[in-house]
Design a protein around this ligand. Structure first.
Ligand code: SAH
Length: 466
C-alpha cells in the first residue's frame, strides 16, 4: 500500500482487542508498514474492510465497513442499542474472550509500569453478565417530539442515547424510569437543558439492595422543587412498593458532576439496606457502594484470602466508603480502622458497625492520601507495626505518593491494594516495589461484565527495609 490517507478503504486482519472495544490491526507493507489501526467493533481474528477516519503519525482509527472473515470470538445479540451508547464495549465478543482481554489489559498495565513478571490466574467472575448492576444514574432529556426520555450519554458526549432496556440493570429500573418520564410529560415538567440552562429534571438515580430488594429513588433537579411532589411520591409508592426511600437532590451547577450537594428526603427511609458477606449495610445516597453485589463478595473474599488475618492484626481500611471491607473482616482482626472522605459514608460506616454489633471497628472522616494525620493516628492504635495490615481501595486516580512513602517508612508488612483502574494500580505498585515491597499475589475480578472496566486485587509484602 502507498502512503495511507484519510477516507481510504483498507483491508486488515484484527490481531487484538483493547479495553475500549476496539479491534487492533497493523498495516502490512508499503509506506505505512506496521502502523497500528484501531477499528471499533472489530474482534481479534476478524478480517475486515474499514474506512480510515483519523490518521496520526503513530496510529489510525478506522470505521468497520464490511466483515470479510468473522472471528470465532464473535458473539452477537447481547444488545441492540446503538453502538454510540458506548457502555458494553464487549457486547459483540464471547464472554470468555472478554475475560481473556481483561487479564491482558491488567498485565499490560503492569508491564508499562515496569513490572513484567506479574502472575495472574484466570479472571474471577460470577458468570452473570446481565442484570448485575445495583445502581444507575439515567440522564433525562427530550426527544424531537418534546417527549421526556431517559438513557445514557453517548460516548464522550452529553447526547442521550435512549435506553431500550439496558441489560446490565434490573428490569425494574427501566419500569421506574419510564414511569418518571411519563409523569413529567403528564405534568409538563421539563427536563433540564444544558445549553440553555433551563428546565428542571436532570437525572434519575436508582439504587437497589440486592438482598433486601429495597430501592432508593433520587430525582436530581435544577430548580428548588419538583412540581407535584406529593402526587409523585404517592403514585411511586403505589406502583413500586419496593421504593422505600425517595430523595430530591438539587444540582444548580452546569458541570459533569451528576449530584449536587443538597439532598432532601421526600419520604421513607434515609438509607436502604443490603446484606453483603453476611453483614447488613445501610447505604445513604451520597455513599459509594460497589455496583455488583455478587462479584463484590468474590472481591472481598479475595481480600480476606490475601490478608490472612489471625486475630492479632490491626486492619487499616483506607478509602473505606460505608465500611464494607473493614466490617466484613472485623471479626478476624483485633481492630479495624476505616478512613473515608465523605462524611455521610463515615456516618453509615459507624452505624453499620453498631447494626452488626461489631465493637472493634472505628471510622474516621479524612483524606486517606494525607499520610501524616491518617497513618499516625491509625498506627498509634496498633500494638506492633508488624501487626498492621493496610487495605487500599482508592478511586480511579489511585492513592498518593506521599501515602505510599509513609506506609513504606512506617514498616507496615502487608498491603492489600484493591483497584478499579489497572493503570494507576500498576503505577502505585511500582512505587511500592521501588520501596522494598514485592507483589506476592494478584487476582483480577470481573465486577463489570461486558464493559471495559475491571477490578484487581494485589497483595504487596514487605521484603526489605527502606
Ligand atoms: N472500599 C469501599 C469504597 C471504595 S470506592 C468499598 O469497597 O465499597 C473509593 C472510596 O474512596 C469512596 O467511598 C470515596 O468517597 C473515597 N475517597 C475518595 N477520595 C478519598 C480521599 N482522598 N480520602 C478518603 N476517601 C476518599
Amino acid at each position: 500500500m502507498t502512503n495511507m490517507q484519510k477516507n481510504d478503504l483498507i483491508q486488515i486482519d484484527i490481531t487484538d482487542l483493547n479495553n475500549l472495544g476496539s479491534g487492533i490491526g497493523h498495516i502490512q507493507g508499503g509506506e505505512s508498514d506496521g502502523l497500528t489501526v484501531f477499528v471499533q467493533g472489530a474482534v481479534t481474528g476478524d478480517r475486515v474492510t474499514a474506512k480510515v477516519i483519523k490518521l496520526t503519525a503513530k496510529y489510525a482509527v478506522a470505521r468497520l465497513e464490511e466483515l470479510l472473515i468473522a472471528s470465532p470470538f464473535r458473539e452477537n445479540g447481547f444488545c441492540d442499542a446503538p453502538l454510540s451508547c458506548g457502555g458494553c464495549v464487549f457486547r459483540h465478543v464471547s464472554y470468555l474472550h472478554e475475560l481473556d482481554r481483561k487479564k491482558t489489559y491488567v498485565e499490560n498495565a503492569f508491564r508499562k509500569a515496569g513490572i513484567a513478571d506479574i502472575c495472574l490466574d484466570s479472571v474471577l467472575t460470577t458468570g452473570q453478565t446481565v442484570g448485575y448492576r445495583n445502581k444507575v444514574q439515567y440522564p433525562i432529556g427530550q426527544d424531537f417530539h418534546g417527549k421526556t426520555i431517559y438513557g445514557f450519554y453517548a460516548n464522550a458526549t452529553h447526547r442521550i442515547v435512549r435506553s431500550n432496556g439496558c441489560r446490565l440493570q434490573p428490569a425494574i429500573f427501566d419500569e421506574i424510569a419510564e414511569y418518571v418520564c411519563r409523569f413529567c410529560d403528564t405534568h409538563h415538567i421539563a427536563s433540564y437543558d444544558e445549553k440553555s440552562q433551563k428546565g428542571n429534571l436532570r437525572h434519575l438515580f436508582l439504587r437497589i439492595g440486592k438482598a433486601t430488594g429495597e430501592i432508593m429513588l433520587c430525582l436530581v433537579i435544577h430548580q428548588e422543587c419538583f412540581p407535584e411532589e406529593s402526587l409523585f411520591v404517592e403514585e411511586i409508592q403505589k406502583r413500586f412498593p419496593s421504593v422505600v426511600s425517595i430523595y430530591i437532590n438539587q444540582n444548580r451547577h452546569n458541570t459533569n458532576v451528576i449530584m449536587g450537594d443538597s439532598y432532601r428526603l421526600l419520604t421513607g427511609k434515609e438509607t436502604i439496606e443490603d446484606i453483603l458477606c453476611g453483614i447488613r449495610f445501610r447505604i445513604s445516597p451520597q455513599s459509594f457502594y460497589q455496583v455488583n453485589h455478587d462479584a463484590c463478595e468474590i472481591l472481598y473474599s479475595t481480600v480476606a484470602d490475601f490478608a490472612e488475618l489471625t486475630g492479632k492484626e490491626t486492619l487499616l481500611d483506607l478509602y473505606c466508603g460505608i465500611g464494607t471491607i473493614g466490617l466484613s473482616l472485623a471479626k478476624k482482626a483485633r481492630k479495624t480502622i476505616g478512613v473515608e472522605i465523605v462524611a455521610e459514608a463515615v456516618n453509615c460506616a459507624i452505624e453499620n458497625a453498631k447494626l452488626n454489633a461489631i465493637e472493634n471497628a472505628y471510622f474516621l472522616c479524612g483524606d486517606a492520601g494525607d499520610s501524616e494525620s491518617v497513618l499516625s493516628t491509625a498506627l498509634s492504635e496498633c500494638e506492633k507495626v508488624e501487626n498492621a495490615i493496610v487495605v487500599l481501595d482508592p478511586p480511579r486516580k489511585g492513592t498518593t505518593e506521599t501515602m505510599i512513602c509513609a506506609i513504606a517508612r512506617s514498616g507496615v508488612s502487608k498491603v492489600v491494594y484493591v483497584s478499579c483502574n489497572p493503570d494507576t494500580l500498576a503505577r502505585d505498585c511500582r512505587s511500592f516495589t521501588d520501596k522494598g515491597y514485592v507483589i506476592s499475589r494478584a487476582k483480577v475480578v470481573d465486577m463489570f461484565p461486558r464493559t471495559g472496566h475491571v477490578e484487581t486485587v494485589v497483595l504487596l509484602v514487605r521484603n526489605r527495609c527502606l
